[in-house]
Design a protein around this ligand. Structure first.
Ligand SMILES: NC(=O)C1=CN([C@@H]2O[C@H](COP(=O)(O)OP(=O)(O)OC[C@H]3O[C@@H](n4cnc5c(N)ncnc54)[C@H](OP(=O)(O)O)[C@@H]3O)[C@@H](O)[C@H]2O)C=CC1
Ligand SMILES: N[C@@H](CC=O)C(=O)O
Length: 446
């Protein structure tokens, strides 16, 4: 049915909503406030008869009728008049079971749940394909940025070689606040939670799991491989201190939690972790809750998409885009070649420069500095930037070391620690000075 015919026929579509937290409330508010616009553009009026929640008595951020709320998922899945289910409840179970049931009973599914997709995407996609319905998930990666649609629907004649991006809003917000306002990690995290950016368990954000789930989804779409999340090299930001952010800037860098997936001759390099980006890097200016994804492909070259990566409205916007795409019947044009398993090797991203921060034990500063520099030189490495700061009789050192692999640096610092020369856990972070040179080389071969 064309939009015009649908408008004339006053068509209504009934949607079941699973979850009424940050994202669910945003979805309801957008459906309410943009009702006329959505109807004008799709021809449909949208009704949400049932919303699944855990606690119907809880105070809500959006006005809903008590009879809309339910704790029984079957009221949605078994309702023949509901043709689309939106899942914004999070977690693996019971979301997985409910969505499989919904797909198998012929309902289209829209989800923002990256953990579920990263862990059970192939199972859900198979159920959708077998039932001839759509599984859409734009909101699962980078909030309001249309990166899923870009990978599924735009790069048909391109081969993607690399994806790198800031995929977690909470950690980008924390790092930005720690550097720009001097807030502590705990203060900045509390603000990110208050603003609705963080996951129900913020460990997922700060330990890099959330970004790893998103990277697994993007890798799947870009390279047609199913990557187990456990194969992704992952580090979080809990060890980053304001001193690291300050020193990085002194050396001409900014620290970001970067997610990277890169096709190489040896396999796919995948990593999520804090790293130093040169201030001239396109992602170095992406702050606060903003996310950015750069996709390197052979025909189009580099494309960077930037936007808000978390929060009520940017995420709701992506959910509603999936919904309106379904209503305009444009879901079918998307490539569905995702979640195919093929052989691949997951490797850690390599780097030729590392930032190290270490603290001497009392009275050991000089010996430590000399010993580390001697061993670094013996192993063929070089300290190219250095700074130090004394505090309470101990010396904090920040160095940029060139030409030594991470493994060697960790070995070196572990040895110093075993010899009683260090007083705290040291930090080792890669510097990403070169942007996708491998991809550029391959791209130029076409
Ligand atoms: N927040 C964000 O910025 C973004 C979130 N996402 C994803 O969207 C999803 C939702 O996130 P968010 O809105 O922040 O989460 P919230 O924790 O704010 O909301 C979750 C909602 O789901 C309901 N719920 C959770 N578990 C159950 C259950 N077992 N049975 C019934 N209801 C349940 C909760 O009910 P009740 O209210 O009664 O407790 C709540 O309404 C997650 O997958 C998240 O990763 C994706 C992009 C951005
Ligand atoms: N917790 C996530 C929410 C969006 O995916 C984030 O901070 O990016």
């Amino acid at each position: 049915m064309s939009n015009e015919t649908a408008v004339k026929a006053n068509k209504t579509v009934r949607v079941g909503l699973l979850g009424l937290g940050t994202v669910g409330s945003g979805v309801m508010k957008v459906l309410l406030h943009q009702q006329a616009l959505i109807k004008e553009r799709t021809g449909y009026r949208i009704e949400v008869p049932h919303i699944l929640v855990r606690d119907p008595k809880k105070k809500r951020k959006v006005k809903v009728f008590p009879e809309q709320l339910t704790t029984d998922a079957d009221r949605i899945v078994d309702d023949q008049d509901i043709s689309i289910v939106i899942e914004v409840m999070g977690g693996v179970e019971p979301a997985r079971t409910i969505l499989l049931k919904a797909l198998r009973s012929g309902k289209h599914v829209i989800t923002a749940n990256k953990e579920l997709l990263a862990k059970h995407g192939s199972e859900l996609m198979k159920a959708a394909q077998e039932s001839g319905v759509q599984l859409l998930f734009e909101a699962s990666v980078a909030g309001g940025i249309p990166v899923i649609r870009f990978l599924q629907g735009y790069l048909t004649a391109n081969r993607v070689y690399e994806i790198s991006g800031i995929l977690n809003g909470t950690t980008n917000y924390i790092l930005t606040k720690m550097e720009q306002t001097g807030q502590t990690f705990a203060e900045a995290l509390a603000e990110a939670q208050e603003l609705g950016y963080a996951e129900a368990d913020p460990t997922d954000d700060v330990e890099g799991y959330d970004a790893a789930y998103k990277l697994a989804i993007l890798t799947n779409l870009a390279f047609d491989v199913e990557v187990p999340v456990s194969d992704i090299f992952r580090e979080g930001i809990k060890e980053i201190r304001p001193i690291d952010l300050g020193w990085a800037r002194e050396f001409g860098y900014v620290i970001k939690l970067l997610a990277r997936s890169r096709k190489t001759e040896r396999g796919i390099e995948l990593s999520v972790g804090p790293c130093l980006l040169p201030l001239s890097h396109p992602l170095a200016r992406v702050h606060d809750v903003f996310n950015a994804v750069t996709v390197y492909s052979d025909v189009v070259g580099d494309v960077t998409l930037v936007g808000k990566g978390a929060g009520e409205y940017p995420t709701a916007s992506a959910v509603i885009e999936d919904l309106t795409a379904l209503l305009r019947q444009s879901g079918q044009v998307l490539r569905t070649t995702c979640w195919q398993t093929s052989s691949h090797r997951c490797l850690e991203t390599e780097s030729s420069r590392f930032f190290i921060r270490f603290t001497s034990a009392e009275q050991e500063s000089q010996q430590l500095e000399q010993q580390l520099k001697r061993v670094i030189a013996e192993w063929g490495g070089r300290v190219i930037h250095q700074v130090k700061k004394e505090a309470l009789g101990k010396e904090n050192f920040g160095w940029i070391v060139q030409n030594l692999p991470r493994k060697r640096l960790i070995e070196l610092l572990d040895q110093a620690s075993a010899n009683g020369l260090l007083s705290q856990q040291p930090l080792v972070l890669p510097c990403l000075d070169q942007v996708a040179t491998q991809s550029r080389k391959l791209a130029s071969a076409i």
